[in-house]
Design a protein around this ligand. Sequence first.
Ligand code: IPE
Ligand code: IPE
Ligand code: MG
Length: 241
Amino acid sequence: MSSDTATDPQKLPQHIAIIMDGNGRWAEQHKVSRSKGHENGGKTVQRVIDLCIEKGIPWLTLYAFSTENWGRSKMEVNYLMNMLAKFLEERLPELMQKNVRLHAIGELDMLPSKCRKRLNHCLEATAGNTALNAVLALSYGSRQEITAAARKLAEKVQRGELKPADITPELFGNHLYTANMPDPDLLIRTSGEMRISNYLLWQISYAELWVTDVLWPDFGRAELDAALLDFSSRNRRFGKR
Ligand code: IPE
Ligand code: IPE
Ligand code: MG
């Protein structure tokens, strides 16, 4: 198969979701602090955004911080939150120039107010952009998301706005953080772990999975091309023959 197949627009995923893992192991390998690993992981984020724009992939969802990541040391959590605030402030002009629309999913109220304010500002400022929808999963946990949707629906039933029989997969999906977003076609995880880690459990029902041993700070064009080439050769049956 030629590598052109990977860029055949007919065979490109419309939505890539990524579990950006391995910053800590990258730091260990390079005998630097975990913070340095996260800093370099941040650079990969911009690289992957640029690659998706170049390839014409309209949706990209990045797992940046999980609900469970709040359980890391205070120092690491603070570093990651400061990095997020800095990213949102420094990268906004570039996101505007590249016509990127930013979205966020997760328990955003849990974020420090500095992050929340900058995030809201970026969400508003980029709302009219159309080249790429970049979704940041922040303080995100899929079980929490599904539980919150169930609660919203239960409240609507309790208020008499909805009958239990009205609850369909479509309606349920519309109560998730990802309402109005297409489901990912391709889920990429770096650093070799064969697990989902509470990410988009509902939305990846029929996503193609691709795992690389490459650590997130080292992820780039070669790895994305390999994932796209593999994706283009998958026979997606969706349960049919
Ligand atoms: C991913 O890298 C970044 C976040 C989860 C925030 P890790 O920090 O999980 O790196 P490893 O898994 O320890 O190598
Ligand atoms: C998943 O990575 C979360 C993010 C990439 C933000 P983790 O490193 O937290 O996941 P586990 O602990 O290996 O499952
Ligand atoms: Mg990890």
